[in-house]
Design a protein around this ligand. Structure first.
Ligand code: PRX
Length: 635
């Protein structure tokens, strides 16, 4: 179907117009012509924005793994589906053809069934970036179990919270994981988590590092021996379009993490269609996204999107700096990567190293380069464009969220002219609007506002697991009738969007969502801490870094400050993970609060950013004096 692949700007405008004027027809055709269904839908979409209720492809029946794997077997069975590039440079890459992927996923699916996992059960996956992570997710999808992947950098406490929230029955983990020069003791962390997670009845353990682990009898099983006995063919469960596919937790500005729920059909259609166009995927391409599968980017654009299009996707276990800052470029050269998708943080960290690390590698295979997760600043954009893309590869700055399932605003390579720091135009089917704080739509261009989306798209999250009211309150209430992204954006004179950052209490650090409240809760658990407030401040590499203002209890005042800082960061590492550690901690005697007790974070932000600017009206503060005191003692 011609609209599946957009080839010119003129076609984009035509397709876009059609997609927003006749969304049902548009999405119906995309879905009809490019996927395998057990049964077609009776209605393309039914929705109610106020209630955050979305039904896409009503009553259709499908299995996403039939589309990711089986569909390609006849024509492309011997094509590589996955190239696994291990962390340790001495270890050879592994290649899995679509035929092999079918066998691996079938065995795993059969094994899960044998172990008592049924349709609708939740399976938690806590694995490093190894092929078994992909096999496990696909195996769940094949039998209709709901996967909940938890990023392997999270702590025992974070893992346990997520397992408990969605009452997972099984955990799939590994003895350990390689990451740069380190090993991570995943099984040990999992054991600790499981002390507080009674719903897990079985643990399957991948042997990755060979390190010693404790196996609890009757609960823990090595994966491989079980797989050896499993059958290599499998039936795919017949899933309803709206049956859940996975839960993925994302940090909120308040309270516990939000388990965003994605369902089968809409997610499939949208991730496949966006992947095809935004990465300009063509049949012999080797595609590489460096994200971790533990985040939405990995779900949609390492696993599902690429496999749905029958592409070859690279799974990289390592880091950009190991064994040297050339690792990315070496891998691109070695596997002749055609599309490379990474984060601004990775680019900034590599751009600060000697240029020789990138020069000397043949990056000629590249066609398209991409960026995701946070705003890409002008300097990083140019470095990436000049030294990696060699000024010939379109750089797609892709804006989206865990909640959106797939990319909503991005250039389409060789179609949309790119503009540094601008995500550019909405993808077909997406209707962005900018709203002012008084809920009026900003119609003029060259203005900034709160970024909302007016009409649902197939991959929009359906709910927050177990808390639909929170889903409504967080995304559909502030601007009634619209999905509120939590981001601010600027629209330029031709209608290109530039994402300016979060407008709520979420801070994007190295591309990771950090809610301030969950971190503050952890800090406040410290025996000497009375209260705390966290804000972000600009950081050369990470985009934003975390600055904590901490008020001590009487008993804490005479403690050694350096020790306290270490203890607070250790507490954060233990409870959430090292990614949430604070870069700066300032002990203060009080926080700037309004009479109603609300912390005026705006003031703390100005201080943390080191700006000399005026604080504006601070007369509503209980104690305006505190502001200057905090500024004077800034660290
Ligand atoms: O603030 C936006 C930022 O990342 C947030 C979503 O984070 P998460 O759910 O973890 O998903 C990240 C990967 C899709 C957004 O609300 N963000 C994401 N992409 C961009 C971005 N900010 C600016 N430009 C982007 N391209």
């Amino acid at each position: 179907m011609s609209n599946y692949s957009i080839k010119s700007l003129e076609q984009y405008f035509r397709v876009y117009r059609r997609s927003v004027e006749k969304p049902k027809k548009f999405w119906g055709e995309i879905a009809e012509n490019n996927f395998t269904w057990f049964q077609k839908w009776d209605k393309v979409i039914e929705f109610d924005m106020q209630k955050a209720s979305f039904t896409w492809f009503r009553n259709a029946k499908l299995n996403i793994t039939k589309n990711c794997i089986d569909r390609h077997l006849a024509s492309n069975g011997d094509k590589n589906a996955i190239i696994f590039e291990p962390n340790n440079p001495g270890e050879a890459p592994r290649y899995y053809t679509y035929n092999q992927l079918y066998v691996e996923v079938s065995k795993m699916a059969n094994l899960l069934r044998e172990q008592g996992i049924e349709k609708g059960d939740r399976v938690c996956i806590y694995l490093p970036m190894i092929p078994e992570l992909a096999f496990s997710m696909l195996a769940c999808a094949r039998i209709g179990a709901i996967h909940s992947v938890v990023f392997a950098g999270f702590s025992a406490n974070a893992l346990s919270t997520r397992i408990n929230d969605s009452t997972c029955k099984m955990l799939i983990t590994s003895d350990g994981g390689f990451r740069g020069s380190k090993t991570i003791d995943l099984k040990k962390i999992a054991d600790e988590a499981l002390d507080n997670s009674p719903t897990i009845k079985k643990v399957l353990v991948v042997n990755r590092t060979g390190q010693e682990v404790t196996m609890r009898e009757g609960r823990d099983y090595w994966l491989q021996p079980l797989l050896d006995n499993a059958s290599a063919t499998s039936q795919a469960e017949v899933m309803d379009a709206e049956d859940p596919l996975f839960i993925l937790y994302t940090s909120g500005s308040t309270g516990k993490p939000k388990g965003m729920l994605h369902t089968n059909a809409g997610y499939m259609v949208y991730t496949a269609y966006t992947f095809k166009n935004i990465f300009h995927y063509r049949s012999d391409d080797i595609y590489w996204c460096t994200a971790d599968i533990g985040w939405i980017t990995g779900h949609s654009y390492i696993l599902y999107g690429p496999l749905l299009n029958g592409s070859t996707t690279v799974i990289f276990e390592g880091t950009p700096s190991y064994p040297s800052y050339s690792r990315f470029w070496e891998v691109i050269q070695k596997h002749k990567v055609s599309q490379f998708y990474t984060s601004p943080t990775a680019i900034r960290s590599l751009a600060k190293e000697k240029i020789e690390y990138v020069q000397g590698f043949t990056l000629d295979s590249l066609k398209v380069i991409g960026s995701v997760g946070e705003p890409i600043n002008e300097e990083a954009w140019h470095w990436y464009n000049d030294h990696v893309g060699n000024k010939k590869c379109p750089l797609v700055d892709t804006w989206w969220q865990t909640e959106t399932g797939g990319i909503l605003i991005s250039a389409i390579p060789f179609v949309t002219p790119t503009k540094p720091t601008y995500a550019s135009l909405p993808f077909p089917g997406i209707k962005p609007v900018l709203m002012d704080d008084l809920r009026n739509e900003i119609k003029e261009n060259q203005k900034s506002g709160n970024l909302c989306i007016e009409y649902p798209w197939p991959a929009i999250a359906r709910t927050i697991w177990g808390d639909h009211q929170r889903y409504i309150d967080t995304y559909f209430t502030k601007f009634p009738g619209k999905y509120f992204t939590g981001d601010g954006a600027l629209r330029d004179e031709v209608g290109y969007y530039r994402i300016t950052g979060r407008v709520d209490d979420v801070i994007i650090v190295s591309g990771h969502n950090m809610g301030t409240a969950p971190i503050e809760d952890v800090i406040n658990e410290h025996q000497f801490v009375a209260e705390s407030a966290i804000v972000g401040y600009p950081h050369d590499i990470k985009g934003n870094a975390l600055y904590g203002f901490v008020v001590l209890k009487e008993t804490g005042l005479w403690r050694d400050r350096n020790n306290l800082i270490k203890e607070i960061n250790q507490l954060i590492t233990d409870q959430i993970g090292p990614i949430a550690k604070l870069d700066k901690i300032q002990f203060v005697t009080g926080l700037p609060k309004t009479r109603s007790g609300k912390i005026m974070r705006r003031i703390l932000r100005i201080i943390a950013e080191g700006e000399e600017s005026d604080f504006g009206d601070i007369t509503t503060l209980v104690d305006p004096e505190i502001v200057e005191e905090i500024r004077r003692e800034k660290v």
